[in-house]
Design a protein around this ligand. Structure first.
Ligand SMILES: Nc1nc2c(c(=O)[nH]1)N[C@H]1C(S)=C(S)[C@@H](COP(=O)(O)O)O[C@H]1N2
Ligand SMILES: [Mo]
Length: 318
């Protein structure tokens, strides 16, 4: 049994998120403005514009979703300071600071390929196409850590329908931002840039597949994929591409950045499967903020997608 020292417990684990966030803003404000300025002033006045942007803008009109889990939500500070985002860094602690000045506006999203209507939208229009929902999903990285996050977005199918995909559209490719001047990780060839991911059409149309632009009631922080990302909760985290700029429909299975980097480790499907070893065992996982490992669940516990794969050998098609 592991017992934490008081000094090991992060403040985010023992403080409600709103209180924690305000205290974080407060502390940053103090550091910048000087403690003497605190007396008699509101916390908001001490915040610089860039801090307000990084804390995320509140999203209005969010509806709760029946697809949410009731499990304990992972602290905001863990979700925003332990990120895989290779465009910025291969070190998980670094995207939080390296992505701070990443420009997420103006931002255009293109939809093309095997569709009746080729479309191009500003991201703020995309965000308004459907009612924003809070979806509390489990999310698991192939490296063995997992999180539970109140994501904000709507089903990807809502956007796909607008383009009216043709019958020959069997797969959909997600192409993300290429901007090596803003994304220092892209100056190194750790992956093929831009980062590309893909789904089969029926996977993309499944109601659980989330087009995501927020979390914890606010706009996505840059390190978590602003302004637009996917969250595919039954698959390993790398299928959930961040910073999407183009959605391209094809008749054949697209190549993906991770598959190109290491085909035996990262298959196209990459459903969470405790019975397949990738580059290490997937039998157990650790939730950020917890110590005891948990047993990994098939489809990350999202059994409602099992029908998409009936007849497929998911040990081969990993
Ligand atoms: N564009 C882009 N998207 C990405 C990645 C990346 O490096 N670049 N990493 C993936 C991986 S490996 C994981 S586990 C998740 C992590 O999402 P999170 O930082 O919000 O937890 O993002 C995925 N999406
Ligand atoms: Mo990952």
């Amino acid at each position: 049994m592991l017992i934490k020292n008081a000094s090991d417990i992060r403040s985010s684990e023992i403080t409600p998120q709103n209180v924690y966030l305000n205290r974080r803003k407060f502390l940053t404000g103090v550091a910048v403005a000087g403690a003497a300025a605190v007396a008699g002033r509101g916390i908001k006045e001490l915040m610089l514009p860039s801090m307000r942007a990084s804390a995320g803008q509140k999203i209005d009109g969010i509806q709760k979703s029946a697809l949410s889990t009731t499990e304990k939500i992972t602290p905001y500070n863990d979700v925003t300071h332990y990120n895989n985002y290779y465009e910025f860094s291969t070190e998980k602690e670094e995207p939080a600071s390296l992505a701070k000045d990443f420009k997420t506006r103006p931002w255009t999203v293109k939809i093309d390929g095997a569709v009746k209507k080729k479309l191009e939208f500003g991201v703020d229009d995309v965000i308004k196409f459907a009612t924003p929902e809070e979806r509390i999903y489990r999310h698991r990285c192939v490296e063995g850590w997992s999180i539970v996050v109140p994501w904000v977005g709507y089903s990807l199918s809502e956007l796909i329908k607008k383009a009216e995909p043709l019958g020959k559209a069997k797969f959909v490719e997600f192409i993300t931002k290429y901007a090596p001047n803003e994304m220092p990780g892209q100056r190194r060839e750790v992956l093929q840039w831009p980062y590309v991911e893909g789904l089969r059409m029926d996977e993309a149309m499944h109601p659980l597949a989330l087009l995501c632009f927020g979390m914890y009631g606010e706009a996505l922080p840059n390190q978590d994929g602003a302004p637009l990302r996917l969250v595919i909760p039954w698959k390993y985290g790398f299928k959930s591409a961040k910073a999407i700029v183009r959605i391209h429909f094809t008749d054949s299975q697209p190549m993906t950045s991770w598959n190109l980097a290491n085909p035996p480790a990262f298959g196209f499907y990459s459903n969470v499967n405790p019975n397949v070893e990738t580059y290490h065992s997937q039998a157990y996982e650790r939730r950020l903020g917890e110590f005891r490992p948990r047993q990994t669940q098939m489809f990350n516990g999202y059994d409602q997608v099992a029908g998409l794969y009936s007849g497929m050998d998911l040990k081969k098609n990993y």
